[in-house]
Design a protein around this ligand. Structure first.
Ligand code: ATP
Length: 240
């Protein structure tokens, strides 16, 4: 099966800083992958490159086997993205923002309704985005990311700022959607990675330090918990 997402020797530098270094991985449909790493490890930079929002300094990205830079429109149609932070257009109300994004992507009224329902945001549709709480802001961003029911979902800290009930709701939703999609989430919550992800990538100083299921990561690091493994993998200079 052709991987839905593939990166080959992906690099991104900002001046002298190598934010992502030689990052190679493949993901396929049905996988929910956690991207774990300390602050500044390169998680958002990696996701921003995979969505085509940021150009790599070097390396390749393939979406459904096609080079993202040769076929940017096809690639972007397959991807939903929840970036870090708030959605754009803070002075729009929630419904107008989502309707606008839906129209841009040719999403039907039913598609828009379903995204609103799944994100559980019916009660804030007429509020301005800038006045929303952090949790609701994330949920509006999430609704935006699933509007077109994309086969690939990249979620940058999807449960950041959510209350415990909403966190559970979001985690269940991600688990459910992951059966028919490829989902890559970045998170600082190790229990979240363990609970909903079938595979874990650990990134440190831009480098891929470990890639596999929990059992594999514990074996590789000779540790007994993901917390211990994470500490070990992110302690050094980023060289394996
Ligand atoms: P966090 O967990 O804190 O969100 P992260 O793993 O997502 O961190 P990135 O945001 O990808 O990390 O940042 C990786 C490195 O690149 C950091 O050192 C950051 O300061 C740097 N960086 C990110 N964007 C830029 C930019 N536009 N210009 C210069 N440096 C940048």
């Amino acid at each position: 099966m052709t991987p839905t997402v593939e990166t080959k020797n992906l690099c991104k530098s900002y001046g002298n800083l190598q934010a992502v270094r030689d990052f190679t991985f493949k993901a396929k449909k049905g996988e929910i992958i956690a991207l774990l790493g300390p602050n500044g490890a390169g998680k958002s930079t990696l996701m921003n490159m995979i969505t085509g929002y940021l150009s790599p300094t070097d390396g390749k990205i393939f979406i459904n086997g096609q080079d993202i830079f040769s076929f940017p429109i096809e690639a972007k149609k397959s991807i939903g993205f929840l970036p870090e932070g708030a959605p754009l257009y803070p002075d729009m109300n929630v419904y107008d923002f989502l309707k606008y994004m839906a129209d841009l992507r040719g999403v039907t009224k039913e598609g828009l309704k379903k995204a609103i329902e799944l994100a559980n945001i019916e009660n804030v549709l007429h509020q301005k985005i800038e006045n929303l709480s952090k949790g609701y802001t994330r949920r509006v961003g999430f609704a935006q990311s699933i509007l077109s029911d994309p086969e690939i979902l990249l979620l940058d800290e999807p449960t950041d700022g959510l209350d415990p009930n909403q966190k559970e709701h979001m985690q269940k939703l991600i688990s459910q959607m992951g059966k028919n999609k490829t989902i890559l989430i970045s998170t600082h919550l190790l229990d979240e990675a363990e609970a909903i992800c079938s595979r874990i990538l650990v990134i440190h100083k831009g480098k891929l330090m470990a890639d596999g299921d929990l059992k594999h990561i514990l074996q590789q690091t000779k540790t007994k918990s993901l917390a211990e493994a994470f500490k070990k993998l992110t302690a050094g200079k980023g060289d394996k």
